[in-house]
Design a protein around this ligand. Structure first.
Ligand code: ISL
Ligand code: CA
Length: 566
C-alpha cells in the first residue's frame, strides 16, 4: 500500500490514559473515560490520538513494562472496550496511534518467565544474559536510565540480564530473529484490528554493540557509567528497521514515530527520508536537553543556564536539514517531560500569554505537532512537599540512589524533582473545579495539582480568550494555510537572546512568526529582508493589535504574533 502521508497535515494529541479520565471511580483513568471525552478532542480539532501503553502490565513503569502485548490492562478495560474506542474514534474522524514498547518487556511477560527457568530454555535467548565478570560482578559498567546498574543478577541460573530501564523491564534480544518475528506478528495483529500507527518507544536502543563493551568512565566517583555510545543507534538498528518496514510497515497506510534520543539532524534525515527512511517521523531530544547538563540521563537533574540562541541553533538545524528530505515532529511536552509553561514560560503572572506564545512558536514550524493532554489548557508543574507524594519509578529510584544511598541533600533533590520530575506531566487532567478536578469520583492514583480550581477545561472553554481557544485556532490555521505545512524556515534576528523570530515561505506566501520569551517589554527594528507590504495578522496572543510599524515592533511580555503575506 502506498502511503498517502496524511500525517503531514495532522495534529496529534497524546493521552496518558492513567491520568486522563476515570469513568468508574477507582482513581485510575480508563478507556471508557477516553470514550467519554472524544467530543472534547473533536472540538479541539486534533486528528490523531497517540495513546500511551494500555496493554497488560504490572505497572512498574506505568504500562511501559508489558506482560501481554495482546490484551488490555485490567484497570483500563478490555478488548471489547478498546474495539468500541477505535470504532467510535473512526466514526468521529479520529485516528489512533498505539504505543509500541519492544526494546523490553515486563519481567512478568511469559517469555521472560520461561527465559529465567533455565539456561537452555527455548526463550532464554529472547533476552540478554551474561555471566558475572572475573570479579564476580556485573558483566559491564553500564548505568541504567533509572539509576543503578543496568544488570540484574538472577541467582538460580547464575547469570545477569540486561535492563536499560528498571529491573522489571528486561531488554529483548533483537539479535534473535525469533524475537523480531514475534514483534512483527504482534504489530500486524493490532494493525489488522484497525490501528493507524505506532509511536515506537526508545526504538533506537534495540541494537547493542557486539560484546557490550564497558562505557568510558566520565564520572570516576560513580560506580556505573553512561553507555549510550554502545546502545543508541547501534550497528544493526537500520537493518532491523528495514526488516520491520518490509515485513509490516509497508503494508499499511500508517503514521510511525520513533522515540529516538541521541539522534542528530543528520541521523533524523536518514531515519525519516521518504525513499530510504524507516519512519514517518521521530521525536528528537536535543531541544529537551537544552536545560540539562550533558553526559547522560542523570544530567537532566542538574540545573543548567541556557540561552535562547542555543534553542534556535537546535530547532533551526532540524527545520532546515529535514526540509524536503525527512519530516519533523514538533513537541514541547509528553508524559516524561515537565510542563512547558513552567519550564519555558511563566506559570504565574503571564501564564496565559506565555502558554500561547509557546504554542504559537511550536505550531508555526514545519512538522507534525503533538499536544500533550493538559497542555492545551496550560497545566503547570506541581510542587508536592514530600517524596511520598510521588509515584514515578524514575523519581523514586533517584531518591533511593541520591538521598538514601549517597546522602545528597534531600531539599536539593526535591527541588530537582519539582523542576524536572515526570510526575509533573502525570497529575490528573483538570476537567473542572469540582473535587479532584472532575478526573475521578474516588481517590486519584496520583494527587491532583492543587491549582485545578484556576486551571481547568470547563473554565477554558467558557472564556473565548483562553489558551484552549487559542490552540483551537492554531490547529485550524494549519488546515487552512499550506505555508504552515510546506513552507521553508529561516531565522530572523539570529543572535537575539530574548526574541525568537522566524520566517516561513512557500510559493509566494510568507509567514513571519515573532515571539517574546521574556516577561519584559522590548523593542526591535525590523531587519532589511522583512517587508510588511500587505501583511495581515494571522494570530496574536494579546487582545489589542501588536504595536508595530514599518520600522519595527514593540513586544509586550511573552507577546506572540504571526504575520501573513500572500
Ligand atoms: O524520562 C525521560 C526523560 O528524562 C527519558 O529519558 C525517558 O526515559 C526516555 O526518553 C525513554 O522513555 C520511554 O521509555 C521508557 C519509559 O519509562 C518512558 O515513559 C518512555 O517514554 C521505558 O519504556
Ligand atoms: Ca477507572
Amino acid at each position: 500500500e502506498q502511503s498517502t502521508q496524511w500525517w503531514k497535515n495532522s495534529v496529534v494529541y497524546q493521552i496518558y490514559p492513567r491520568s486522563f479520565n476515570d469513568s468508574n471511580g477507582d482513581g485510575i483513568g480508563d478507556l471508557e473515560g477516553i470514550i467519554e471525552k472524544l467530543d472534547y478532542l473533536v472540538e479541539l480539532g486534533i486528528d490523531v490520538i497517540w495513546l500511551s501503553p494500555i496493554y497488560k502490565s504490572p505497572n512498574d513503569d506505568n504500562g511501559y513494562d508489558i506482560s501481554d502485548y495482546q490484551d488490555i490492562m485490567t484497570e483500563f478495560g478490555d478488548l471489547e472496550t478498546w474495539d468500541r474506542l477505535i470504532t467510535t474514534m473512526h466514526e468521529k474522524g479520529l485516528k489512533l496511534v498505539m504505543d509500541l514498547v519492544v526494546n523490553h518487556t515486563s519481567d512478568e511477560h511469559p517469555w521472560f518467565q520461561e527465559a529465567k527457568k533455565s539456561k537452555d530454555n527455548p526463550y532464554r535467548d529472547f533476552y540478554i544474559w551474561r555471566p558475572p565478570n572475573e570479579e564476580g560482578k556485573e558483566p559491564n559498567n553500564w548505568l541504567s536510565f533509572f539509576s543503578g546498574s543496568a544488570w540484574e543478577y538472577h541467582e538460580p541460573t547464575g547469570e545477569y540480564y540486561l535492563h536499560l530501564f528498571t529491573k522489571k523491564q528486561p531488554d529483548l534480544n533483537w539479535e534473535n530473529p525469533d524475537v523480531r518475528q514475534k514483534v512483527y506478528e504482534m504489530m500486524r495483529w493490532w494493525l489488522d484490528r484497525g490501528v493507524d500507527g505506532f509511536r515506537m518507544d526508545v526504538i533506537n536502543l534495540i541494537s547493542k554493540v557486539e560484546g557490550l563493551p564497558d562505557a568510558p568512565v566520565t564520572k570516576p566517583e560513580d560506580e556505573f557509567q553512561w553507555g549510550s555510545d554502545y546502545f543508541a543507534n547501534g550497528p544493526r538498528f537500520m537493518e532491523f528497521m528495514q526488516e520491520m518496514k518490509e515485513e509490516v510497515l509497508d503494508h499499511y497506510d500508517i503514521l510511525t514515530v520513533g522515540e529516538t534520543g541521541f539522534v542528530t539532524p543528520e541521523e533524523g534525515k536518514q531515519f525519516t527520508n521518504e525513499d530510504s527512511g524507516v519512519l514517518s517521523m521521530l521525536f528528537q531530544f536535543q531541544h529537551m536537553d537544552v536545560d540539562a547538563q550533558p553526559g547522560g540521563q542523570m544530567g537532566k537533574w542538574e540545573e543548567k543556564d541556557w540561552k535562547l540562541t542555543e534553542l534556535k541553533e537546535i530547532m533551526s538545524k532540524w527545520q532546515v536539514e529535514l526540509f524536503n528530505k525527512g519530516w519533523n515532529s514538533l513537541y514541547l511536552e509528553n508524559h516524561d517531560q515537565p510542563r512547558s509553561v513552567s519550564r519555558f514560560g511563566d506559570d504565574g503572572e503571564y501564564h496565559a500569554e506565555s502558554a500561547k506564545m509557546l504554542a504559537t512558536w511550536l505550531h508555526m514550524m514545519q512538522g507534525t505537532p503533538y499536544v500533550y493532554q493538559g497542555q492545551e489548557i496550560g497545566m503547570t508543574n506541581v510542587h508536592f512537599p514530600s517524596i511520598d507524594d510521588y509515584e514515578d519509578v524514575e523519581i523514586r529510584n533517584l531518591w533511593q540512589d541520591m538521598v538514601v544511598e549517597k546522602g545528597h541533600d534531600p531539599d536539593k533533590i526535591l527541588k530537582a524533582i519539582h523542576e524536572k520530575g515526570r510526575d509533573n506531566a502525570r497529575t490528573p487532567m483538570q476537567w473542572d473545579s469540582s473535587e479532584n478536578a472532575g478526573f475521578t469520583s474516588g481517590t486519584p492514583w496520583l494527587k491532583v495539582n492543587p491549582n485545578y480550581d484556576q486551571i481547568n477545561v470547563e473554565k477554558e472553554r467558557e472564556n473565548s480568550d483562553s489558551i484552549f481557544h487559542y490552540y483551537k485556532k492554531l490547529i485550524a490555521l494549519r488546515k487552512e494555510h499550506e505555508v504552515i505545512v510546506n513552507g521553508d524556515h529561516s531565522l530572523i534576528w539570529q543572535e537575539d537572546e530574548e526574541v525568537y523570530a522566524y520566517k516561513r515561505e512557500h510559493e509566494g506566501e510568507t509567514l513571519v512568526v515573532v515571539t517574546n520569551w521574556t516577561g519584559e517589554t522590548i523593542e526591535r527594528p525590523w531587519p532589511e529582508d522583512v517587508s510588511f507590504d500587505g501583511a495581515s495578522v494571522m494570530i496574536h496572543n494579546y487582545s489589542g493589535a501588536p504595536d508595530a510599524s514599518k520600522e519595527g515592533i514593540t513586544l509586550r511580555p511573552y507577546e506572540a504574533v504571526v504575520y501573513h503575506q500572500k
